[in-house]
Write a protein that binds this ligand. Structure first.
Ligand code: NAI
Length: 325
């Protein structure tokens, strides 16, 4: 069995290499998978892709031509794969859960940074500037957090927020009556929340869920946290919300045009994305580079489940983690 990894980084190679055997060989390509690079997959049995690889109809056709039967995603989200087109042509498996705690804890880390200005304090104290001017924050205790999407990550985040004494409001397309969470309409969530955190998948319905109209419903000074997928937020509308001070802070682990930028060192390049460049200049916008998942525990779980998925598929022809419509 030969597996081609795309968009691979040293940490992927380190964790996955431990699984290689005489029967299981792995090749790690740094390049992202797309129409220009798919020919690298020739001669492999399976490809392993990540969040910013492009698995569109042309890529799927090419993979099928090379006799590849399986796309093993080493992530939970699959919005970058044309699942409709893949149906009956090639199987797609994913890692549905690897550490909801990693993502939920990072969400709270971003939120705490935003409301207590620790990002500014860190920079100040490094140059012995111990002034507190401009660093006043606010208590999370007693504030209302609106959680959109109460699946694995949203639930853990809700528990963390409860630990802080926050009030929880939630919206989910499929509310879970077993949870001790108060559900409300999306509109009411936008109106009532001091903080809004996104934990739903990106699909046609949720694309630009945070847009100009919805931002206008929100409380003045609302803090928006997105550790889910970039295109849930209309970035231009977000920028306008920040400029007008409607939005009091934005914590972004994901960005809708992240695929060419995130996970790479672009520090010597001219960034052509004006919206991102302007967002980055705002003192109340905190960006991390899609790192919410990035813990030792999550990486180890991702590797275990990906290899289990591949073994299960090639042994039984099926896989419990197959993405179906
Ligand atoms: P999950 O599948 O357990 O939960 C998603 C929830 O969203 C479900 O309860 C579902 O009913 C709900 N939902 C679906 N469509 C919706 C809509 N249109 N509006 C409101 N709710 C909707 O997924 P999980 O594991 O909690 O992950 C959530 C998202 O987090 C993933 O889709 C992925 O995009 C993102 N993620 C980000 C990571 C990062 O490193 N930043 C890492 C892992 C996941």
């Amino acid at each position: 069995m030969k597996i081609a990894f795309f968009d691979s980084k040293p940490y992927d190679e380190e964790v996955f290499s431990g699984f290689s055997t005489d029967n299981l060989s792995m090749k790690f390509f740094e390049t992202k998978l797309n129409e220009d690079t798919v020919s690298l997959a020739k001669g492999f049995d399976c490809i392993c892709a990540f969040v910013n690889d492009t698995v569109n109809s042309n890529v799927i056709d090419a993979l099928c031509d090379y006799g590849i039967k399986l796309i093993a995603l080493r992530c939970a989200g699959y919005n970058n794969v044309d699942i409709n087109y893949a149906k009956n042509k090639i199987s797609v498996v994913r890692v549905p859960a690897y550490s909801p705690y990693a993502v939920a804890e990072h969400t709270m880390a971003l939120l705490l940074t935003a409301v207590r200005n620790t990002h500014k304090a860190y920079v100040r104290t490094k140059s012995f500037n111990f002034s507190l001017n401009g660093l006043v924050g606010f208590d999370l205790y007693g504030k209302t957090v609106g959680i959109i999407g109460t699946g694995k990550i949203g639930r853990v985040f809700s528990d963390i927020c409860k630990g802080f004494g926050m009030k929880i409001l939630a919206y989910d397309k499929y509310p879970n009556g077993d949870l001790d969470i108060k559900y409300t309409s999306l509109e009411n969530l936008f109106k009532e929340s001091d903080i809004i955190s996104l934990h739903c998948p990106l699909n046609d319905e949720s694309y630009h869920l945070i847009n100009k109209d919805n931002i206008s419903l929100m409380k003045n000074g609302v803090i928006l946290v997105n550790t889910s997928r970039g295109a849930l937020v209309d970035s231009d509308a977000l920028l306008e919300g920040i400029r007008s001070k409607k939005i009091g802070g934005a914590c972004l682990d994901v960005y809708e045009e992240e695929s060419e930028l995130f996970f790479e060192d672009n520090s010597n390049l001219i960034i052509n994305d004006d919206t991102l460049a302007l967002l980055m200049t705002m003192p109340n916008v905190i960006v991390t580079s899609h790192q919410a998942f990035f813990t030792k525990e999550a990486l180890s779980n991702i590797a275990n489940t990906t290899i289990e998925n591949i073994n299960e598929f090639y042994t039984t022809g099926k896989c419990k983690n197959e993405v179906t419509l």
